[in-house]
Write a protein that binds this ligand. Structure first.
Ligand SMILES: NC(=O)c1ccc[n+]([C@@H]2O[C@H](COP(=O)([O-])OP(=O)(O)OC[C@H]3O[C@@H](n4cnc5c(N)ncnc54)[C@H](OP(=O)(O)O)[C@@H]3O)[C@@H](O)[C@H]2O)c1
Length: 303
């Protein structure tokens, strides 16, 4: 029998792809959202600031997939924005913990988004695995605190899986849209040194990792969700230009300009890390898109 899945932040980029795939596979999917949506998915509501969560939200549910969190690349990282980035993840997780602890329910699995930002940034060429300690810096601090809140849910006897997500490539948005825009107008250039690693993943593979984490009761704890072949920023721009039939390469965009334009947030593109996919593969996951060329070719030719 297919399980019932409650997705927080299900209206977002990853959540909408995951919802479509789960529904296609016959799962019953509901969303936990801050506001009513126009799509047909059943939606329950929560108010994280007021620590309120819809009375019937957990009824009939077997699994929670927790994706909610304000977007980290939308606005400049002021102190206020940093608090929003942190609190939207940590406070929402604590609310789920409190309600899971106090309500009657039959939820057995909790699959949470996490991020490779956990490891901080790293200039080395060696692969980073899940056993690496948390790194330093704002994002690493956020992800560490977010994961600590998620880990508390395991103390309730619920299986917890954390999907440490890399940079998802999707046809309609996210990083690919930001980088493909300039390439279209012949102004693509590697960013900063161009040597920083970009640990990407095709959205279909990411969604299938979530589906596996829901179904495979042997999965527990953190798993990196990145393709097996991360590339440098320079290689990424080169491959993107090739996929778009554009004869790029301009000199690298100086890091200082990006720092002035985007402030501390510029680290999202100026820094990176080479992340290993070995653990999820050892758990039996088979990637559809191993290399960037195939992933880009697929995404560029989708409607
Ligand atoms: N996309 C990436 O590059 C990436 C990489 C690594 C990790 N992740 C993690 O994966 C998760 C999903 O990513 P995504 O790209 O799908 O995100 P997204 O498109 O920005 O959507 C996230 C969803 O979270 C909810 N949300 C937004 N602001 C919120 C707030 N202040 N408090 C509570 N909920 C809020 C919204 O749902 P409602 O409006 O329905 O409430 C939104 O649709 C995030 O937690 C993100 O940190 C993403």
């Amino acid at each position: 029998m297919k399980e019932n899945i409650l997705i927080t932040g299900g209206s977002g980029l990853i959540g909408s792809h995951l919802t479509a795939q789960l529904q296609k596979l016959g799962f019953l999917v509901a969303h936990l959202s801050r506001a009513p949506r126009t799509d047909k998915t059943q939606t329950f509501f929560w108010n994280i600031e007021k620590h309120q969560l819809g009375q019937d939200a957990f009824k009939k549910m077997d699994t929670i997939v927790h994706l909610a969190g304000t977007n980290i690349g939308d606005k400049r990282w002021t102190e206020k924005r940093k608090q929003e980035i942190l609190r939207s993840r940590v406070d929402s997780t604590r609310l789920l913990y409190d309600e899971l602890k106090s309500r009657e329910h039959k939820i057995k699995n909790f699959v949470s988004a996490s991020a490779i930002g956990y490891y901080g940034t790293d200039d080395n060429e060696s692969f980073i695995t899940e056993s690496r300690n948390p790194g330093s810096g704002f994002l690493a601090d956020v992800v560490r605190q977010w994961e600590e809140a998620v880990d508390a849910i395991a103390t309730l006897g619920i299986r917890v899986v954390k999907i440490r997500t890399g940079i998802p490539l999707t046809p309609e948005g996210g990083v690919l849209k930001e980088l493909a825009g300039p390439v279209k107008y012949f102004v693509a250039a590697p960013l900063g040194s161009g040597k920083q690693f970009l640990s990407w993943i095709h959205i279909d593979d990411l969604v299938n990792i979530y589906v596996k984490a829901i179904q495979d009761k042997h999965m527990n704890g953190p798993y990196n969700a990145v393709a097996p072949s991360p590339v440098t920023n320079r290689e990424f721009i080169y491959q993107l230009a090739k996929a778009m039939n554009k004869p790029v390469l301009l000199p690298n965009a100086p890091a200082i300009v990006l720092k002035i334009m985007f402030g501390e947030m510029s680290e999202l593109v100026l820094k990176g890390a080479k992340i290993s996919s070995q653990k999820i593969q050892a758990a039996g996951f088979e990637f559809k898109y191993h290399n960037l060329e195939d992933a880009l070719r697929d995404l560029m030719t989708r409607d």
